[in-house]
Design a protein around this ligand. Structure first.
Ligand code: NAD
Length: 252
């Protein structure tokens, strides 16, 4: 039996990287998946790949910082598939800068995508899931939401914010009797376009990242997708407000 058979999911930032792997895995395990992303061409390609593998998926253009775009994306999801059971707030950007070198403009851009985007996605998902009788929301934080890095002032703040916002939303939903669970996932470094962009294809820079992970290599998008699948499925029905660390021992 497929692990999320008959469920409807929306995954933000699913045109690439971890989000794409998650959308593919959820579809393989029986969910109908809406891919929300800024990048239409990559998003349509991801949809075509899911369909070619026998799954069900659709693309919606979504800027996670835009409340109206979120409402339209959920409306489109309900129109297409009739309900919402799973929301993965995955869209995010990397940004390197210390407390002294980060401008207010860059700080706000990072918070806007990484934190406002998760807040808005959680808010609209709760509204839709209340109508569907429950659901599971998974928010992408990071190991950088658990520990500090001198060069990640804005990123640390955004991902730490996602961690505690997730707990607040989880408690609110549980205490309101909504049957909606909310959890966060904390990846170590995963080889995606985001990390390729950070290391600029430089082997020495990549090795420096590898050395931070006691397991001896970087993660793959599917390492995170399987954790998200667990939290999205009913297998984790007693799990809410928790933080799933998938980091090859980085923070151990
Ligand atoms: P990625 O850059 O490979 O893909 C991110 C996707 O998000 C892209 O398709 C991009 O178009 C989309 N996106 C960016 N801004 C958006 C916006 N405003 N609205 C809608 N879509 C937008 O990134 P990734 O490495 O797959 O990371 C996914 C998530 O996991 C992010 O939240 C990231 O912070 C987190 N994360 C990644 C790593 C890692 O090592 N890759 C580690 C820890 C946490």
């Amino acid at each position: 039996m497929a692990r999320v058979a008959g469920k409807v999911a929306i995954v933000s930032g699913a045109a690439n990287g971890i989000g794409k792997a998650t959308a593919q895995l959820l579809a393989k395990e029986g969910a109908k998946v809406v891919i929300g992303d800024l990048k239409e061409e990559d998003g349509q390609k991801a949809v075509a790949e899911i369909k070619a593998a026998g799954g069900e998926a659709a693309f919606v253009k979504l800027n996670v910082t835009d409340e109206a775009a979120w409402k339209a994306a959920i409306e489109q999801t309900l129109k297409l598939y009739g309900r919402l059971d799973i929301a993965v707030n995955n869209a995010g950007i990397a940004y390197s800068g210390s407390v002294e070198s980060t401008s207010l403009e860059d700080w706000r851009r990072v918070q806007s995508i990484n934190l406002d985007g998760v807040f808005l996605g959680t808010q609209v998902a709760i509204e839709a899931m209340k109508k569907s009788g429950g659901g599971s929301i998974v928010n992408l934080s990071s190991i950088e939401g658990l520990i500090g890095d001198p060069m990640l002032a804005a990123y640390n703040a955004s991902k730490g914010g996602v961690r505690l916002f997730t707990k607040s939303a989880a408690l609110h939903c549980a205490k309101s009797g909504y049957k909606i669970r909310v959890n966060s996932v904390h990846p170590g470094y995963i080889w995606t376009p985001m990390v390729a962009g950070l290391t600029k294809e430089d082997a020495a820079a990549r090795q420096k990242l590898v050395d931070l992970h006691p397991i001896g290599h970087l993660g793959e998008p599917n390492d995170i997708a399987y954790g998200i699948l667990y939290l999205a499925s009913d297998e984790s029905k007693f799990v809410t407000g928790s933080e799933l660390v998938i980091d090859g021992g980085y923070t151990a």
